[in-house]
Design a protein around this ligand. Structure first.
Ligand code: NAD
Length: 499
C-alpha cells in the first residue's frame, strides 16, 4: 500500500498557509491509536483574518464579474485536482477517520463528481424573465450571498465539504470551511487542491478548531451571510437560534434514526444484503444508517435468524485491508459513547443477538473497534431506538400490518431516510408516501445521486443539498424591472380616467 505525507500543521487562512493560534488538535488513527498529526486550530483572530481576506476577494471584480462559464472552469479544475489526488485523499481520510480505504476512495470520487456536477449546473441554470403587467421587462436574477460558512462533521469529510464548497463557489461566494476537530486533515488537502486550481486568493479558507470558538465566530460574525451546517441535531438547533438573531439563512443537515421496513413478501436475500450495508457500512457512523428495523411478524423469527448469521459473517478489521467491511470507529471517545449506549439498553432489558462488544483478537486490542450488533426486545420509545448511536448497532422490532408499521416508523423525532423491502409495488408506494422522511429507498438502501436533492424532515434538518437548485441555496434572489415606454410614470390614476 502507498503511504502519503499528511497535511498540516499549517492552516489555510484566506489564501495563506499559516500556523493556527488556537487550541491544539490531535488527529489520530483509530485502528491503533497512533498520532497522525498535531496542529494548532484556528483562533478567533485567525478566523477574523480569514474573513477579512475573503471579503476583499469576494468583492473583487476579478471574481464577482466572472461569467458563469468562467467560474465553472475553476470547479472543473478542482475536480481534476481531486481526481489526480484521489489515492492520496483516500489515504489521508482513512488515517484521519478510520474508514475503510474502499469507502474513502468512493468519497473522493464522489467529491470530484460534485464539483463537476455543479460546474455543469452553473452553466445550465438560467435566470427568469417573468410575466409583466405593464410596459416593462420584469426578471428574477440571482446574486451571490457574499461569505458562506460551511461547517462539516467528521463522518464523510471530503464528500460533505464538496457538497457545500462546490455550490457555494459556483454561486460566486467566498467560503470559509470549518471541519470537525477529529478530522481536520482531508479538508486541508482540499485547500491544497483548490489553491493549485488557481482559485483567486482569499476566496477559500480551512479553519479547523473548536466549535465553541471558531464555529461560533463564523455563525455570529456580521459579515457571514449564510451558514451551511452538517452535524448533530443539538448543535444545529443552537446554530439556528444564533442565526435567528442575525436573520441569517441556515441550511441544516442533521441526525437520523432511520427505519427500514421488511414486508413478508420481500426478496429476503436482497433485503438482508441491503440492510447490512444500510446499517453496518461506515461502521454505522452515517446519518442515514437504517438503525431501526421493522420486520413483519409472520416472518420475524426466520428473518432474524438469517440476519444474525449474515451479520456474524461481516469482516471487521484494519481499514487499509481490502477485505474489511466494518472498520474501527472514528475515535476512542466515540467508542466509549457507543459502548455506554448499548450497555444502558441491555440494563433496560434489550437482548443482544450478536455483537455488543469489542471483537476479540490481538489486532483489535489497540483500536476503537466495535462488533456489528443486533438488539431485540427493545421498545420503539426506548432511548436506544430514539437516539442516534452513530455506531454499528441495529434495533429490530416486529409489526403487524402496513398501518402499524407506518405509525411505528413515524413515531420518532428524526425524519432523514427510510428503506422499504417488498415485491408489492403499490404497497411500497403507499408506505413511501406516508413516511415522514426526506429520502425513501425501495428495495435498495444508501444509493445517492448528486442530481437528487437530499435533506431531512423534522429534527433531521432544514433545506436540501444537491440537485440543480443546490446552487440557488447560496444566492439571493433579486427582481429587476426595466421600463419600455420612455414616458413619465402615470401614477394614482385609474385606467381611462380623464387627466
Ligand atoms: P457535531 O454537531 O458535534 O459537529 C459538527 C460540526 O459542528 C463540527 O465541525 C463541530 O466542530 C461544529 N460545531 C460544534 N459546536 C459548534 C458551535 N457551537 N458552533 C459552530 N460549530 C460547532 O457533529 P459530529 O459529531 O461532528 O457529526 C456527527 C453528526 O452529524 C451526527 O449527528 C450525524 O447524523 C450528523 N450528520 C448529518 C448528515 C446529514 O446530511 N443529515 C451527514 C453527516 C452527518
Amino acid at each position: 500500500m502507498n503511504t502519503y505525507e499528511l497535511p498540516g500543521p499549517k492552516l489555510y487562512l484566506g489564501g495563506q498557509w499559516e500556523e493556527g493560534s488556537g487550541a491544539e488538535i490531535t488527529s489520530i488513527f483509530s485502528a491503533d491509536g497512533s498520532t497522525n498529526r498535531v496542529l494548532k486550530g484556528a483562533s478567533k483572530g485567525d478566523g477574523e483574518r480569514a474573513i477579512e481576506r475573503a471579503l476583499k476577494a469576494q468583492a473583487d471584480p476579478a471574481w464577482r464579474n466572472l461569467k458563469p462559464y468562467e467560474r465553472a472552469r475553476y470547479l472543473h479544475k478542482i475536480a481534476d485536482g481531486i481526481e489526480c489526488s484521489a489515492a492520496r485523499i483516500a489515504y489521508i481520510q482513512t488515517r484521519d477517520t478510520g474508514k475503510t480505504l474502499r469507502e474513502t476512495r468512493a468519497l473522493a470520487a464522489s467529491a470530484a463528481g460534485t464539483f463537476r456536477y455543479f460546474a455543469a449546473a452553473l452553466e445550465t441554470l438560467n435566470d427568469d424573465l417573468t410575466s409583466p403587467r405593464g410596459d416593462y421587462l420584469s426578471m428574477s436574477v440571482h446574486e451571490p450571498l457574499g461569505l458562506v460558512a460551511a461547517i462539516t462533521p467528521w463522518n464523510s469529510p471530503i464528500a460533505s465539504d464538496a457538497q457545500k464548497v462546490a455550490p457555494a463557489l459556483a454561486a460566486g461566494n467566498a467560503v470559509l470551511l470549518k471541519p470537525a476537530s477529529w478530522s481536520p486533515l482531508v479538508s486541508l488537502e482540499l485547500a491544497r487542491i483548490i489553491e493549485a486550481a488557481g482559485l483567486p486568493t482569499g476566496l477559500f479558507s480551512v479553519l479547523p478548531g473548536a466549535g465553541r470558538e471558531i464555529g461560533n465566530l463564523l455563525v455570529e460574525h456580521p459579515n457571514i451571510s449564510k451558514v451551511s451546517f452538517t452535524g448533530g441535531t443539538s448543535t444545529g438547533r443552537m446554530l439556528a437560534r444564533q442565526a435567528a438573531d442575525k436573520l441569517m439563512p441556515v441550511s441544516l443537515e442533521l441526525g437520523g434514526k432511520s427505519p427500514t421496513i421488511v414486508y413478508a413478501d420481500a426478496d429476503i436475500d436482497l433485503a438482508i444484503a441491503g440492510i447490512l450495508f444500510g446499517v453496518f457500512s461506515s461502521s454505522g457512523q452515517s446519518c442515514i444508517a437504517g438503525t431501526r428495523l421493522f420486520v413483519e411478524r409472520t416472518i420475524y423469527d426466520k428473518f432474524l435468524e438469517r440476519l444474525v448469521t449474515a451479520t456474524k459473517s461481516l469482516v471487521v478489521g484494519d481499514p487499509f485491508d481490502k477485505q474489511t467491511q466494518v472498520a474501527p470507529l472514528v475515535h476512542f471517545d466515540h467508542h466509549r459513547s457507543v459502548v455506554e449506549q448499548v450497555e444502558t439498553a441491555i440494563a433496560s432489558g434489550a437482548q443482544v443477538l450478536c455483537g455488543g462488544a469489542r471483537p476479540e483478537g490481538a489486532i483489535y486490542e489497540k483500536g476503537a473497534y466495535y462488533m456489528p450488533t443486533i438488539l431485540t426486545s427493545v421498545a420503539n420509545d426506548a432511548a436506544i431506538c430514539r437516539e442516534e448511536v452513530f455506531g454499528p448497532v441495529l434495533c429490530v422490532l416486529p409489526f403487524d400490518d402496513e398501518a402499524d408499521v407506518i405509525s411505528q416508523a413515524n413515531d420518532n423525532e428524526y425524519g432523514l431516510a427510510c428503506g422499504i423491502w417488498t415485491r408489492d409495488f403499490p404497497k411500497a408506494w403507499h408506505t413511501a408516501r406516508a413516511i415522514t422522511t426526506g429520502t425513501v429507498w425501495i428495495n435498495t438502501y444508501k444509493q445517492f445521486s448528486i442530481s437528487t436533492p437530499f435533506g431531512g424532515e423534522k429534527d433531521s434538518g432544514i433545506g436540501r443539498e444537491k440537485g440543480q437548485e443546490g446552487i440557488r441555496a447560496y444566492t439571493a434572489q433579486k427582481s429587476v424591472y426595466v421600463d419600455l415606454t420612455g414616458k413619465p410614470h402615470a401614477w394614482a390614476r385609474w385606467p381611462n380616467e380623464e387627466p
